[in-house]
Write a protein that binds this ligand. Structure first.
Ligand SMILES: *[C@@H]1O[C@H](CO)[C@@H](O)[C@H](O)[C@H]1NC(C)=O
Ligand SMILES: *[C@@H]1O[C@H](CO)[C@@H](O)[C@H](O)[C@H]1NC(C)=O
Ligand SMILES: [Zn+2]
Length: 554
């Protein structure tokens, strides 16, 4: 099989079951506006180029998200190592990646074949570099017709346009663009939401416009979110795994030449990859579930058929935990290999060791990012049931990029101490009536109360706004107990994915300094106005004159 076939199979089978995928009706969507109130999506076209990392960092630092509509070969080639690294970096930071076509043509002027080819090439780059299939395409110049729209829909993409243009690529001055932000952010009546067009390739956009826009919209109480989030849909049609690093060098992709669509020349060479250098062994590899570095992938005994399971790492080192990477084999005890029991491709098939056999397909693995993927298959080594209990036997499962499929390697047994606590660089949240009192989660456990206490710099008083979630202790969300919408519902913390908590974990900060529960009309409220240490805070119907609902995030 060619790389492309292997990878297409991987994507098809790794669509996350819970994706609320977009529906493609007879007329596919072309979105020009956000749907969710109070959301602003700042979007950046025409990269990857030189300012991707800077823009990504600025949004990340502000607890905000950006959306990038990428080309494959416009200002620069997407496969350049710098751009591959920056794309992975911005994607890992949670910013949204979407298609802007391969070469930025006027799509309505192309034949159906040419449009298909131009969209395909960019999607293939996203597959290889990020392992994703985008759910949105922004047509270059905003130009599309019904043919472009239905081709995009068939490729799993809705169109995303914009309702405001900064003019950053049309020769407008930065003052004009700032005036546009002011117009949107201070409009009367207040605008519900906005999608704003920028270009990643402009230095002044990264250095002047982005800081101005982030600060303006956040101070006006808007949430800076991705296009998908402001529409309430998933950003990707599928999430799989990127190709191995070396795969970027394999395709005979002539990036400098104009599109070959007219002649139908295949984009990828079908010749096989040149043989790699003779594999050198990498010994003494301890393989940990990323969730816990004190646990090690362990062979139960040194015999054919012995289970491969999770056990506490032996701090002095142990032959049953010390793996050697040799080509695509993971060896242990010198001549045994990590092996899929019976070679069954069914998810849930257990892992064992077996005497290594040259070319034995059940023993071929590719280490790609934090995943250990069965080579040529869409299955990955998986921590069964997410259980870290000693003796839990490992399995294969359809690759999904989830926590159970994230592995970390160390040379030697690695540390047996738990990972360090996350840095406490967040903000304090203080009731307006006392600058010495702080919103506090006194203990880092699910269901722990959220109270007010005297400010003393403890980790439970350090909050970070990430998207619409309010995070403490790195990955705990401010949360309304049982999601009750009753006045007086008390607040707790609960573990969550920062930036995408559930409906009970989403809040926006308004211009009036209220911390408002999204879509519920309830606000964080200092119960009875009491500053007594330990007073558990609550939700109450928002009221602009209520001093108990005013919070200072400092
Ligand atoms: C950019 O300049 C054009 C041409 O002068 C003008 O029509 C447009 O309104 C400007 N855009 C902004 C955001 O000021
Ligand atoms: C902050 O105060 C709380 C409650 O009095 C106490 O439990 C905690 O240890 C204090 N933390 C620091 C860092 O002083
Ligand atoms: Zn463009």
């Amino acid at each position: 099989m060619t790389l492309r076939l292997v990878f297409s199979a991987l994507l098809l089978t790794s669509v996350r079951a819970h994706l609320s995928r977009l529906e493609y009706r007879a007329t596919p969507q072309a979105y020009r506006n956000c749907i969710n109130p109070n959301d602003v999506a700042l979007t950046f076209d025409d990269g990857p180029y030189n300012y991707l990392r800077s823009i990504s960092d600025q949004f990340t630092a502000a607890g905000a998200k950006a959306t990038f509509f990428m080309n494959g070969n416009n200002f620069d080639c997407i496969y350049k190592p710098q751009h591959v690294a920056d794309l992975k970096y911005a994607y890992a930071a949670g910013h949204m990646m979407a298609s802007h076509s391969w070469s930025h043509p006027h799509l309505p002027e192309l034949s159906t074949m040419q449009v298909q080819d131009n969209l395909f090439r960019l999607e293939e780059a996203f597959s290889r570099i990020l392992g994703i299939k985008p759910a949105f395409m922004r047509p270059p110049y905003g130009e599309y017709n019904s043919n472009v729209q239905s081709i995009s829909a068939a490729r799993g993409q809705n169109l995303a346009l914009w309702d405001w243009d900064t003019g950053d690529a049309s020769g407008n001055t930065t003052d004009q663009s700032k005036a546009l932000y002011d117009h949107v952010g201070y409009a009367t009546p207040r605008l519900s939401n906005a999608i704003i067009l920028h270009h990643e390739v402009k230095e002044h956009t990264a250095t002047i416009l982005v800081p101005y826009a982030i600060s303006l919209f956040q101070s006006r109480g808007y949430n800076l979110v991705t296009v998908a989030e402001c529409l309430g849909v998933e950003p990707y049609e599928a999430i799989g795994l990127p190709q191995e690093e070396s795969a970027h060098q394999l395709p005979a992709l002539d990036v400098a030449a104009p599109s070959n669509a007219k002649t139908g020349t295949p984009v990828f060479s079908t010749t096989t990859a040149p043989p790699g250098p003779t594999a050198t062994p990498t010994p003494n590899q301890y393989i940990h579930p990323t969730a816990n570095s004190a646990k090690c992938l362990t062979a139960a005994s040194n015999s054919d058929g012995a289970a491969v399971q999770i056990s506490d790492c032996v701090s002095a080192g142990s032959a049953s935990q010390s793996w050697t990477i040799l080509g695509s084999a993971l060896q242990i005890f010198g001549n045994k290999c990590l092996d899929v029991n019976g070679g069954s491709t069914a998810s849930g098939t257990k892992m064992q060791i077996w005497t290594c056999g040259t070319g034995n397909a059940n023993q071929q693995w590719s280490l790609s990012g934090s995943a250990i993927q069965w080579s040529g298959r869409s299955s990955c080594l998986d921590l069964s049931g997410g259980r870290l209990t000693n003796g839990n036997v490992m399995q294969i499962w359809t690759c999904n990029g989830g926590t159970n499929q994230k592995w970390t390697r160390t040379t030697g047994p690695g540390t047996t101490t738990p990972p360090p606590p996350p840095p406490t660089t967040g903000n304090k949240i203080k009731p307006d009536s006392s600058s010495a009192t702080c919103l506090t989660a006194p203990s880092n456990t699910n269901g722990a109360k959220v109270v007010v206490q005297p400010c003393n710099g403890s980790a439970g008083q350090s909050w970070t706004k990430n998207g619409q979630t309010m995070i403490v202790y790195g990955s705990m969300c401010l949360d309304v107990i049982d999601g009750s919408t009753a006045n007086g519902a008390k607040m707790q913390i609960w573990s969550c994915t920062p930036g995408s908590g559930n409906a009970n974990q989403r809040f926006t900060v308004t211009a009036g300094r209220n911390i408002q529960w999204v879509n519920k009309g309830k606000c964080l409220d200092l119960s009875d106005g009491s500053l007594a240490s330990g007073n558990q805070v609550q939700m109450w119907g928002c009221s602009s004159g209520n001093a108990n609902q005013v919070w200072n995030i400092v």
